[in-house]
Write a protein that binds this ligand. Structure first.
Ligand code: E4P
Length: 294
């Protein structure tokens, strides 16, 4: 078991309560959990249903999702459980908000995940005004993170922003640079947005997140199990993150941008190709669990 808890809160990135329980026993605690449509589609119970020829109606899928987060909710600490709304590229904010309001009532420690798009940010703005905690997902640029800050200003609850490290790496860019840039940019702010390093693929991503002192990191059980097997290494003062992809090729640096956090959120350029492909993948994985219309 881990002797000294890192300052960075550790969340499990998954959709299976048994896995969360296993990680909790291994590490001694779990601060929180993030889920998404792809992870829910991989839940063992849902897979069993699909394997035995069952498919779900949207209502049944929703009920299964609720059941899963209700089992996870009491296992985790104060970083809560992030629950993602179903959204397609054209889903309006009001539709996301209606889902968010319902999901927020499922458990006492929910964070509602909205995509980092114009409508997602509008839904987040409406949500924080209603006291709903939010986690803005599929963040791939510093402009997007600036827009998250500006759109949620005044929130009484902490807001999470989730930069996707591994997916930027897959794209040839150093995802950890984005995390560092957002951290640095937020040092000029009021502290209402916390950085949640996401799409963590290996121990070095985790150690780099600790070294950058990010507030939260969401980590697949496989990586946490590997970290435990190595008896929980921590970055020392000389820790040097090697920005290479799985094949050992160097990743392109992402430069810091001077951005004014006080301008209206709509003035930031928030379009990002990886946000769009991320939404499409979530839609496809969600639909893979559904009954085909006759
Ligand atoms: C977390 O909130 C994300 O859904 C998750 O970290 C995505 O990771 P992936 O790129 O491995 O799918």
């Amino acid at each position: 078991m881990l002797a000294n808890k890192p300052r960075t809160k550790i969340l499990v990135d998954g959709g299976d309560p048994e896995e969360t329980q296993r990680v909790k026993e291994l590490i001694g605690f779990v601060d929180g959990q993030t889920t998404n449509p792809s992870l829910i589609a991989k839940n063992p119970e849902i897979r069993r249903l699909l394997a035995s020829g069952h498919t779900l109606s949207p209502r049944q899928e929703n009920d299964e999702y609720k059941k899963i987060v209700r089992s996870i909710s009491p296992l985790v600490g104060e970083a809560g459980v992030s629950i993602e709304v179903f959204s397609e590229t054209g889903t309006p904010a009001e539709e996301m908000l209606a889902q968010g309001e319902e999901m927020f009532s499922w458990i006492p420690n929910a964070y509602i995940k909205y995509p980092c798009t114009h409508e997602g940010l509008r839904a987040a703005q409406l949500s924080v005004a209603r006291g709903i905690r939010v986690n803005i997902t599929l963040c791939f640029s510093q402009d997007q993170a600036a827009a998250v800050y500006a759109a949620t200003k005044g929130s009484k609850e902490p807001v999470y922003v989730s930069p996707f490290v591994g997916r930027l790496d897959d794209h040839g860019e150093n995802g950890m640079d984005l995390v560092r840039n957002i951290r640095n940019m937020y040092k000029n702010g009021d502290g209402h947005v916390l950085v949640l390093a996401a799409s963590i693929r290996h121990i070095d991503h985790l150690l780099a997140s600790f070294a950058l002192d990010v507030e939260l990191a969401t980590v697949p059980a496989k990586v946490l199990e590997e970290w435990a097997a190595k008896t929980f290494p921590m970055p020392d003062r000389d820790f040097n993150y090697k920005a290479v992809d799985i094949g050992g090729r160097s990743l392109r640096a992402i430069d810091y941008k001077e951005l004014d956090l006080e301008v209206p959120w709509q003035s930031f350029d928030i379009a990002h190709e990886l946000t769009n492909t991320g939404i499409q993948k979530f839609v496809a994985d969600y639909r893979s669990t559904l009954r085909r219309p006759a």
